[in-house]
Design a protein around this ligand. Structure first.
Ligand SMILES: [Zn+2]
Length: 178
């Protein structure tokens, strides 16, 4: 799984797209939904004492994304003036983006179609090495992960800057013919 660096960097795109004058609470909510599937670590810790035993399985399903979308829309209406339909699709996309990034990470795959397909499914394409939870002393691997994901985050930030500049650019239309 990638670290929160890669996941949370997508807030740079999502938050301004939802609300140009986004509040700190909206940024925090977007970041929370980008990281929400990893709440299975806390659930695993409480249920079995091992947070990583089933990490990346049931909670990392694309089929849970619309449910997250409903939850996001319900919460967001208390803190921002965003149409419910737009908030629903945003919340669904935030959750699904986490599943997609994890699926594109070298590892055990994710339960992307749980509960229809309970087994983990691994993508043939990997763009991240991921966090080695089982190798806390492997400093070289951790540094590589930080480097890879920082490059990804910078790339996302660049796209966010370009999109922001395009939105601010005045709309120029041709002068009407006399
Ligand atoms: Zn995850």
């Amino acid at each position: 799984m990638p670290s929160p660096i890669a996941h949370a960097s997508l807030a740079l795109l999502a938050t301004p797209a939802l609300d140009r004058r986004a509040t700190l609470r909206l940024w925090a909510l977007v970041a929370a939904f980008l990281l929400l599937p990893d709440a299975d670590i806390a659930v695993g810790l409480i249920a079995s004492g091992d947070g990583f035993a089933s990490h990346g399985s049931w909670s990392h399903s694309f089929l849970l994304a619309p449910i997250a979308g409903v939850a996001f829309a319900l919460i967001v209406r208390r803190i921002a003036d965003i149409p419910a339909k737009r908030a629903f699709f945003a919340g669904t996309a935030l959750y699904a983006s986490h599943v997609a990034l994890d699926a594109l990470t070298l590892g055990r795959g994710v339960g992307m179609l749980w509960p229809i397909v309970p087994e983990r499914i691994e993508s043939p394409i990997h763009i991240f090495s991921g966090v080695r939870h089982s190798e806390p002393g492997n400093i070289a691997a951790h540094l590589r992960t930080i480097a890879e994901e920082s490059v990804f985050a910078l790339w996302v930030a660049l796209i966010a800057l370009v999109l922001g500049a395009l939105r601010k650019a005045p709309i120029t239309r041709g002068e009407p013919a006399p």
